[in-house]
Design a protein around this ligand. Structure first.
Ligand code: DGY
Length: 327
């Protein structure tokens, strides 16, 4: 039997680092999708049929119809912490393991959330656009391009998991006040250490100067931020989102930003990605946009690739991935 036939078959829906491809090629019969991204569902359905392992990315639709086509699949290893693109329950019912990459991207994502907050509150990107358009005329005008202090402001963190906690640490160093809302309350000890107060969602919305979103996209969190929510927020408040776009109703957010119902937003994620310069949000000055780069640092992306491979290796051999979701 030739060696290629003995090697287990794996499929990548996008390419990865050279070192990762080399490693995967050594151990597996590897195929990498090189066309449209995210991979069209039809293509994925034909590829998934006889593979043993799948490495996928956010926005690949690993739904019931796709998984239903898989005859040998033992593991799905996603190059992301988020797994809302995978039907976890159905994978579980088919005894397909699912691995993801939390922890290693915590600091990178918290840094970005903080960066977006600092940027939009101090109007850095807005100023950059003004200069590039040749519109900077008055030097040091007392009322020009003024933002807000972070010191003393209340940062409301929605979702106090790893990334939310890492953001709290950063905000504390800036002397911000901290509040959070979460499915479950953390221990009082930890609340004391982080100097953070548990509040209801309503209180978080009403009382925060800046809200940073760190909840996954689920049916419960979809469009949690809509016009009703924006109307309860302070007019001077800002919204930061580095989790998933669908947690925010973008149409309502656009209206809220245009009509100054809230002061601004910093967004790394959108309802439908990628967005272009023609998108309505791209036309607004009081919003900072990033192209889904929460985990995009050289160090983090390498570590994510390593964990993705480790998860795949374990799952393909019938073991629980290092970071496992569901089965
Ligand atoms: C993830 O890992 O889910 C993030 O969205 C990537 O930035």
């Amino acid at each position: 039997m030739n060696l290629m036939m003995m090697k287990k078959k794996i499929f990548l829906t996008r390419t990865l680092h050279e070192f990762a491809l080399r490693e995967l090629k050594r151990r597996y019969n590897l195929k990498v999708h090189s066309g449209k991204i995210p991979i069209p569902e039809k293509k994925l359905r034909s590829e998934i049929k006889d593979i043993d392992g799948l490495i996928c990315f956010p926005y690949d639709k690993i739904n019931q119809d796709t998984l239903g086509m898989a005859e040998n699949l033992k593991v799905i290893s996603t190059y992301s912490v988020g797994f809302d693109h995978i039907d976890i329950e159905y994978a579980k019912s088919k005894k397909i393991r699912v691995g993801h990459t939390p922890k290693v991207l915590t600091d990178a994502t918290a840094d970005l959330a903080f960066g977006l907050m600092l940027d939009v509150v101090r109007r850095v990107s807005e100023g950059d656009r003004i200069i590039r358009k040749g519109k900077w005329k008055v030097i040091y005008g007392a009322h020009d391009y003024v933002g807000y202090d972070l010191q003393g402001k209340t940062l409301g963190i929605l979702g106090l998991g790893r990334i939310g906690k890492a953001l709290a640490k950063r905000a504390k160093a800036f002397d911000m006040k901290l509040a959070y809302h979460n499915r479950s309350k953390i221990s009082e000890n930890l609340e004391k250490r982080l100097k953070i107060k548990y509040v209801s969602f309503g209180e978080l919305v009403k009382g925060s100067d800046i809200i940073s979103v760190h909840v996954p996209h689920t049916p419960e969190t979809e469009h949690l931020f809509d016009m009703k929510t924006f109307e309860k927020m302070k007019k001077t408040s800002f919204l930061i989102n580095t989790s998933r776009g669908k947690v925010i109703n973008e149409k309502d957010l656009t209206r809220a930003l245009k009509n100054k119902i809230i002061a601004g937003a910093g967004l790394d994620v959108f309802e439908n990605e990628p967005i272009s310069g023609k998108h309505v949000l791209s036309k607004l000055e009081n919003v900072v946009l990033a192209p889904h780069i929460g985990s995009s640092t050289k160090e983090t992306r390498v570590e994510m690739a390593q964990i993705t491979i480790k998860n795949l290796d374990l799952g393909i051999n019938g073991k629980r991935p290092l970071f496992s979701v569901g089965y």
